[in-house]
Design a protein around this ligand. Structure first.
Ligand code: PLP
Length: 373
C-alpha cells in the first residue's frame, strides 16, 4: 500500500532531537510510574500486584476493568462498544481501514491529524478536504460542510478538540454535523484524543459515539492522561462497527501490553484528579502563550479552547517550513510549520509543559523576528 509522507511525524523525526527549545510537544508533562501511583494514592499492595503480573497476552480486546473505566468517559457506551488499540493512531487506522473502500467518498475536516485524509486516500477513496478557517474561529461553516458532504459520503473524519487549532466544537454544532451526516447515511469518525481537556468548567464535550449510531470515537491515554508511553488508545462505537473493527484488528494488534492495560485502568479510575492536574498545566501555559501573542504584533492567534496546541498565524510573507528551519538553525527553537498540516502561514505551538522553556523561546522568537523579518 502506497501512502503519503506523514508530514508532522517526519518533521519531528528530523528536527525534534536537535531542538534546544522544543515547542512541538503536544502532551502535558508526562507521568513517571512512581508519580502516577502516588498521584492515584496507590500503596504497596498495588506495587506487589504489578510485580506479580504474568506477562502473557492478557485479555485480547482489553481487560474488563479497562473497558469499564473507558465506558465511564462516555454516557452511553457499554463494554461491547469498546475495543482497545495501540494508541489513538492504531484506533484511527483500524477504523478507516474497516470502513473505507476504493471509490468511496470521504470528507476530512482539516487541519487535523494526517491519518484522517492520507489513509483513506491510500485506500483509493475520493477524499475531499474541508478546510476550517481562522475567520470562523476554526469552527466548521455548516452550510459549506453540508454542501461538501452532500448525499454520497461514506465517512466524515474530524477531530474534536482540534489539534492544531485548539478549537472545540459545541455540543449543539456536533448534533448539527450529525444531521448533515445522516443525509448521506455517513459514518463520522471523530478523533477525540484530546477529549477531557476543554479549558472551561465542563472538560468533556459530547462524544460522537454517544449521539450518533454511526458515530465512532477514538480516544487515547496520551494527551488527556499524560501517558503517551503506554501506547494505549481505544475505539468506542456501536457493537456492529466494533465487530468489523475487531475483524481487522486480529491482523495487527492481538492485545495491548498487560502493564499498559493495568496502568491505563488506574489512571482512568482517577480521571478527575489527573484531568484537573493537566488543565492547571494547560492554563498556565496558555496564559504564557497568549500574553506573548498579545504583545507581539507580528503574530495572531485564535485563543485555544481545548487541548494543548495553538495555531499561531504570522503577519508577514514567508513559507512556514522556511521560517521553522531558519528559526531552528539560528536559535534551536523547534516549532511545527503549518505546511505540515496543509495550511501555510501558521505555526503550531504546544504550550502545556516546560514553562520556562516556553517563555524563553517565545521571547527569543520575538528577537529573531525583529532581526530577520
Ligand atoms: C489528533 C490526534 N490523534 C491521534 C494522535 C495519536 O495519539 P496516540 O499517542 O494515542 O497514538 C495524536 C498524536 O499527536 C493526535 O494529535
Amino acid at each position: 500500500m502506497k501512502i503519503d509522507t506523514f508530514k508532522v511525524e517526519e518533521w519531528f523525526n528530523e528536527y525534534e532531537h536537535k531542538a534546544r527549545y522544543d515547542l512541538g510537544d503536544t502532551c502535558a508533562e508526562p507521568f513517571s510510574i512512581n508519580e502516577l501511583l502516588e498521584f492515584c494514592s496507590k500503596d504497596n499492595k498495588t506495587i506487589n500486584e504489578i510485580f506479580a503480573k504474568k506477562l502473557n497476552y492478557g485479555d485480547i480486546h482489553g481487560s474488563q476493568r479497562l473497558k469499564k473505566a473507558i465506558c465511564s468517559l462516555y454516557t452511553k457506551q457499554k463494554e461491547g462498544n469498546i475495543t482497545v488499540t495501540h494508541g489513538a493512531i492504531g484506533a484511527n487506522q483500524l477504523v478507516i481501514q474497516s470502513i473505507v473502500e476504493k471509490g468511496d467518498k470521504v470528507v476530512s475536516i482539516i487541519p487535523t491529524y494526517q491519518q484522517h485524509y492520507s489513509i483513506p486516500k491510500s485506500l483509493g477513496a475520493n477524499v475531499k478536504l474541508f478546510y476550517l478557517k481562522e475567520k470562523n474561529n476554526w469552527l466548521p461553516d455548516l452550510k459549506e460542510l453540508e454542501h461538501a458532504v452532500g448525499v454520497d459520503t461514506k465517512l466524515i473524519c474530524m477531530n474534536n478538540p482540534n489539534n492544531p487549532t485548539g478549537a472545540v466544537i459545541s455540543d449543539d454544532t456536533l448534533k448539527r454535523i450529525v444531521e448533515i451526516a445522516r443525509k448521506s447515511n455517513a459514518y463520522i469518525l471523530c478523533d477525540e484524543a484530546y477529549r477531557g481537556l476543554n479549558h472551561c468548567d465542563n472538560h468533556f464535550s459530547e462524544s460522537i459515539a454517544d449521539i450518533y449510531e454511526k458515530g465512532i470515537s477514538t480516544g487515547s491515554m496520551s494527551k488527556t492522561f499524560s501517558l503517551a508511553g503506554l501506547r494505549l488508545g481505544w475505539v468506542a462505537a456501536g457493537e456492529e462497527i466494533i465487530k468489523e473493527i475487531n475483524h481487522q484488528r486480529e491482523y495487527n494488534t492481538i492485545s495491548v501490553g498487560i502493564l499498559d492495560d493495568y496502568f491505563a485502568s488506574i489512571a482512568i479510575e482517577n480521571k478527575a484528579k489527573i484531568i484537573k492536574r493537566n488543565i492547571d498545566l494547560i492554563k498556565t501555559g496558555k496564559q504564557i502563550l497568549m500574553d506573548w501573542v498579545n504583545s507581539e504584533p507580528k503574530v495572531r492567534c485564535v485563543e485555544p479552547k481545548g487541548g494543548t496546541t495553538a495555531f499561531v498565524g504570522y503577519n508577514f510573507e514567508m513559507k512556514s517550513t522556511d521560517l521553522c528551519k531558519k528559526l531552528q538553525d539560528d536559535t534551536g527553537i523547534m516549532i511545527l510549520p503549518g505546511e505540515t498540516l496543509e495550511l501555510d502561514g501558521y505555526l503550531r505551538i504546544g504550550y502545556a509543559n516546560h514553562f520556562e522553556t516556553l517563555k524563553t523561546a517565545l521571547e527569543m522568537f520575538s528577537h529573531w523576528m525583529n532581526k530577520n523579518i
